[in-house]
Design a protein around this ligand. Sequence first.
Ligand SMILES: [Zn+2]
Length: 417
Amino acid sequence: MIKLGKYSLGLGDRFGHQGNAQLKAVIKAGEKGVDITPVWNKSNREHLIIGTQPGDVRIEADSVTKNAGFIKPYFVDADHINLDTVDRFIESSDFFTIDVASYIGKRAGEEEIREFLALAGKYTDRIDIPEIKKSFKSSKAELRIIAEKYLFASKKAGEIYQKIESQKGKGNFITEVSMDEVAQPQTPVELFFILCMLGSEKIPVQTIAPKFTGRFNKGVDYVGDPMKFASEFEGDLLVISHAINEFYLPEDLKMSVHSGSDKFAIYPHIGAMLKKHNKGIHLKTAGTTWVEEVIGLAESGGEAIDFVKEIYTKSLEKIGELCAPYADVIDINVNSLPSAGEVIRWNSRKFSSSLRHDQNNKDYNPNMRQLIHVAYKLAAQRMDKYLMLLDEHETVVAECVFENIYKRHICRLFDIT
Ligand SMILES: [Zn+2]
């Protein structure tokens, strides 16, 4: 079975121009003693909005790694696929994020639920994790609630997995199961029984992406109590170790954190817990690379800053349409957005420092940052011009992309400089 490695980073590159800069950050981390497997991820939604094909991501990943002489493993992630969307990803991907969020809460058949209850009953007495014992009374009623919520979704995950396995062959790809795009977080107890279900579906899950407590808004910091997150995360890590043995899951099974970019408030906790329990992680970042492109173009001045100012003006006009698909993962206070008339007068420094995620800079505006985060569609509508500007200002833009991934993400998460 192919392995992902202890630490891996999901890199989104919506316009496919920053693979070199992203890889440079991974290589630099390796030089500092932190080996990270790069994974280029792009969802079906992003492909549809931008007009790209899954094969384009493969071409990018293969060429940037080849050019850099990068001989360690790397992957191409079919991000958030389901039964309807997986087909066109099969050939070019070797990492599949099976998204079962839309099936959660749908009820499995009574016969299946009973079968699961009989199976799960065997495991409940053997859970020796104090945090879990505190909140879980091992009653039939509790188990039934979990089964009614997650069993159908797990069976669907099995169906999707089988579809991929029948074409790619067993052991030739990484399997992730994601449940993050839902309203309610999953508790460590629920995670344990979800892993039980995935195990009995014979899914060799290597990363699992639950929804955590707190708000994981796109491109901005964590909103919630970091201590509460830390204890939930620790519970999850303990659950994973226990589940690997109980359900014969792959020994490298690890947590995956989605919308993981810019969650600076919890990075030190994640890092500390991984060290304490000697565990790995997959951290998925996505749209921040696009925001760095906008920042780089703003810094470049001239035609480039005019272009990104126009994008911002348009994003104000189309705010409802742009935000709708991301309602669960953004919180924009419209009253704190600068007007188009204001922004038109801004210089490069003011524009870039409003967007760059530096909480010590008084110009930093998380509302504007989230809006730009979801506004990539507007650049896609003027693709030729946008790509021309990216090429023209490649050096400045690449530096922004590198700095962001290396300094603000990798260094903080792994406590290096
Ligand atoms: Zn996700």
